[in-house]
Design a protein around this ligand. Structure first.
Ligand code: ADP
Length: 445
């Protein structure tokens, strides 16, 4: 049957859950609709951390940091294409977001550094538990305890508006029954469109053939629905890819494997690119190889240097062998070529000169059995563009006016990360802007 609430939130990732909790804390009746059979979206997959400066966790570790430094790093990382007002909100509210999460029961006491940050500010649980799954669990428990209703397997189909004022949504349940949810405010928190390759290639045709690290629900629904009621879009061409993703399951292999000395080989047993080139260059080169994937190849020395590799082995992502011949056989590639490639590369390491591809950092030669390989290919990782919002989380029209009753937060929005998102800033974005949308709804109603 039809429903009536104060606030309906579309999507139950980090942004939607944070928004729902804030609106509920302000006394509103809040309903979340989630199309997948579980809550959490892409947020569940976040493994890095949550960037924030000036937190109690940093203080406990003796780390001195400032929101100004976080701001400067974020603008620089985004090639200054970011909306400065939104980055100001992101970085000035980040520490408060961390304290809020800790207050809800989150463990964010471990703080590390991610690429592009000039200080240790990436917050995560101690002991290496994945941060995204931890935050989803804490937020979901809090939302439910506070009385937020969550309908899973319920898909928002359309945002309803009368004379430019949003009045609710049309949704369908898992039996395809459509119903109306009347609400004074709609918060769009549907995440990005990285799993919608049609939409991705509409904006960047060079990404044709790419896989994705995203969960299958990241199809850009919120963008389509909000545009239909007049929303403006920003930075839609800014799509972040990652070159070393396991094609069968979208599992991302950290860049540190190459950083610590691994090379990429094709099905001919040969290198084909400077492995430390930028993400777009390595991705393009991989797509030119047979099978449009390659093998990330490394030896025991590199395995010992990086604990993440043990996790990849446990998850069954790694082929291993006692000799180069045996590895070549397991990968069904030419053994003589592989042996020659490794010999040549080790020679380059000795001379500190990669005569084939100009790789400037070759920290280790590849000479200690066992030998290892992971099949990898490029994948769409994060869509930085999306709905245009103001610093209150209101969705804007092309002429810059807010659409009454329509709010958005998280990866569905654009402008915060500019031309390149720094690792650790996505979780900050979700929590800061999710909370803000929930608070704005409460004050505007
Ligand atoms: P964010 O990181 O911005 O919070 P996530 O990807 O973590 O985004 O979460 C977005 C959630 O929204 C996902 O769980 C996704 O399944 C859900 N979602 C996407 N489109 C719809 C829709 N049309 N109706 C309901 N839920 C949706």
């Amino acid at each position: 049957g039809d429903k009536v609430v104060d606030v309906v939130v579309i999507g139950s990732g980090g942004a939607g859950l944070a928004a729902a909790i804030e609106a509920r804390d302000a006394g509103k009746e809040v309903l979340i609709v989630e199309k997948m059979p579980m809550v959490g979206g892409n947020t569940l997959r976040a493994t890095g951390g949550l960037n924030a400066a000036g937190t109690s966790s940093q203080a406990a570790l003796g780390i001195e940091d400032s929101a100004e430094s976080h701001y400067t790093d974020t603008m620089k990382g985004g090639y200054d294409k970011n909306d400065p007002a939104l980055v100001e909100v992101l970085t000035s509210q980040a520490a408060d977001a961390v304290e809020w999460l800790i207050g809800l029961g989150a463990d964010l006491s471990d703080v590390g550094r991610m690429a592009g940050a000039s200080q240790d500010r990436s917050h995560r649980p101690t002991g290496g538990a994945p941060v995204g799954a931890h935050l989803v669990q804490v937020l979901k428990a809090s939302a439910e305890e506070k009385g937020v209703e969550i309908l899973i397997e319920t898909t928002a189909l359309e945002i309803l508006a009368e004379d430019g004022v949003v009045t609710g949504i049309i949704a369908k349940d898992k039996s395809d029954n459509e119903f109306t949810i009347e609400a004074e405010a709609v918060i769009v928190a549907t995440g990005g469109f990285g799993a919608n390759i049609t939409m991705v290639t509409e904006y960047d045709v060079s990404l044709d053939g790419f896989g994705t690290t995203n969960h299958s629900g990241a199809t850009g629904d919120g963008i389509t629905m909000a545009v239909a009621v007049g929303a403006d879009l920003v930075d839609m061409l800014e799509i972040q890819t990652h070159p070393t993703v396991v094609p069968s399951n979208g599992y991302m292999i950290t860049e540190a494997v190459r950083g610590n000395g691994a090379i990429l080989i094709n099905r001919d047993g040969k290198r084909f690119v400077n492995e430390l080139g930028t993400r777009d260059v390595v991705s393009e080169a991989t797509l030119e190889q047979e099978g449009e994937t390659s093998f990330l190849f490394f030896d025991e020395g590199i395995k010992e240097s990086l604990s993440a590799i043990d996790g990849y082995i446990r998850q069954g992502l790694v082929t291993e062998a006692d000799s180069l011949e045996a590895l070549a056989e397991a990968l069904e590639i030419d053994a003589d070529n592989l042996i020659a490639t490794v010999e040549t590369y080790n020679g380059f390491v000795g001379e500190n000169n990669d005569k084939d591809f100009g790789r400037d950092d070759m920290p280790r030669s590849l000479e200690t059995a066992k030998y290892y390989a992971i099949e990898v290919g490029p994948a769409v990782h994060h869509t930085m563009g999306g709905l245009k919002i103001n610093t209150k989380g209101q969705v804007l029209t092309e002429d810059g006016n807010p659409i009454t009753g329509l709010y958005a937060a998280g990866e569905v929005t654009g402008g915060i990360h500019g031309g390149n998102r720094l690792g650790g800033n996505a979780l900050t974005d979700l929590i800061v802007f999710g909370r803000l949308a929930g608070q704005s709804v409460a004050t505007d109603l």
